[in-house]
Design a protein around this ligand. Structure first.
Ligand SMILES: C[S@@+](CC[C@H](N)C(=O)[O-])C[C@H]1O[C@@H](n2cnc3c(N)ncnc32)[C@H](O)[C@@H]1O
Length: 390
């Protein structure tokens, strides 16, 4: 038997709280002949059970109903759902703290933060000491700051010997060039990679070309290629970020971005690059888009992680017009363009499979290859040829 003060100490509640419990008939003290109240072990156990139910979010009244077996199933189901949500949020917070201590992976956390608050995610990464280049690579590629260096080393090992870094084909780059309304005199290419399109721009226009990439090794390949073909005088390469292009407003008749605008986000690219175009200047950009209104769940799930802002062509067209451009032409890249990218990539991954066993980068590339093999056609690359409206 317990006196009220003893019971209060035992369950960590105040005397007043226990008197309130008594008023609600949750516990029932016996009046002793000396006037004190006395509580049984049954009361103690009831309070312990009530405390557990309260921790699950039930009010005292709801606890009472439960103890009296008048369970409101709907109410409990709702509480259960709220509890599950709270647990999942706590697990995410735990995951983040553990990952910051170097324990466990961060992929899911980076992916969800990137969908929820992409700019804050990037700022946060840069505050952790990543350069903008590495923060963007982390966002798009490794998605795990603890595994980032190893991931990027593996990623570059796969890609450095490949010529093409995105789906595309000579004939379709030439088609886009042929659709330009007039000959450009100045071209800015953004995210030029190893310069496959740069070469076609040089051979099929008379413009002077500035090619930007933030990967110096890629720019060196472009320069070598141009020197070898005697085109060097027409080209200037600049190692810079597409998010902060170091050029004066109105400098370019044509801006060309094959497979690169997604890196900073298409809507941001449309608005930030626009001032660099001369009056009536042309922007050609390509973007990964949904081609089906009902893509398979597996494809949706994959691109939700890899490219959360993937849109239908119709949505992109609306965004383009809202950003102050007139759409001159747009077309979908052929399956051949995808083969040009994936066939060498597939051979390269086969070549490296035994040497790079367990590599996360290689596993992710293989997953992307599976998606390409099974679902291409539900998504694709769209080339957009746009004129700046004044
Ligand atoms: C998918 S590849 C496309 C390359 C090329 N345009 C093509 O179609 O093959 C994207 C390119 O953008 C470059 N890149 C990534 N982030 C960049 C940034 N912040 N600023 C400039 N270039 C960037 C990469 O180094 C890479 O060369």
């Amino acid at each position: 038997m317990y006196r009220i003060t003893e019971l209060a100490i035992e369950v960590g509640l105040s005397r007043t709280a226990l008197l309130y419990y008594e008023k609600l008939q949750l516990i029932k003290g016996q009046r002793l002949s000396n006037g004190y109240r006395s509580y049984s072990d049954k009361d103690l156990q009831r309070i312990r059970l009530i405390q557990k139910l309260q921790a699950g979010g039930l009010t005292l009244k709801e606890c009472k109903a439960c103890l009296e077996a008048k369970v409101d199933r709907k109410l409990l189901q709702n509480r259960l759902q709220t509890l599950d949500e709270e647990i999942s949020q706590k697990q995410q917070s735990r995951q983040l703290l553990a990952a910051m201590l170097g324990e466990g992976g961060l992929k899911t956390w980076h992916e969800s933060l990137d969908t929820l608050a992409p700019d804050a995610h990037l700022d946060w990464l840069m505050k952790q000491g990543f350069s903008e280049k590495e923060a963007l690579r982390l966002k798009w590629l490794s998605k795990d700051m603890n595994e980032h260096d190893q991931y990027m080393a593996d990623f570059m090992k796969v890609f450095e010997s490949l010529e093409r870094w995105a789906p595309g084909s000579e004939s379709e780059t030439l088609k886009a060039i042929s659709l330009l309304p007039k000959q450009p005199k100045t071209i800015l290419e953004i995210g030029c990679g190893k310069g496959l399109s740069t070469r076609l721009l040089a051979k099929n226009t008379t413009a002077s070309i500035t090619s930007v990439d933030n990967e110096q090794s890629a720019l060196e390949s472009v320069n070598e290629r141009f020197k070898a073909e005697g085109l060097g005088a027409r080209l200037k390469t600049v190692c810079a970020s597409m998010t902060e292009l170091p050029f004066d407003n109105g400098s370019f008749d044509l801006m060309w971005a094959e497979g690169s605008a997604y890196i900073m986000g298409v809507p941001q690219a449309l608005s930030q690059w626009r001032p660099l175009l001369a009056k009536n200047g042309i922007l050609m950009l390509s973007d990964l888009v949904w081609l089906s209104d009902t893509p398979d769940d597996t494809a949706v799930e994959f691109w939700k992680g890899e490219y959360p802002d993937i849109q239908t062509v119709a949505t992109r067209l609306k965004q383009i017009e809202a950003a102050g451009y007139e759409v001159l032409e747009h077309f979908t890249l052929s399956h051949q363009a995808w083969q040009n990218y994936y066939e060498p990539l597939i051979s390269r991954t086969e070549e490296l499979k035994s040497e790079m066993q367990g590599s996360q980068a290689l596993q992710n590339i293989s997953k992307e290859i599976d998606i390409y093999r099974n679902y291409l056609g539900q998504f694709g690359y769209q080339m957009f040829i746009l004129r700046k409206c004044d």
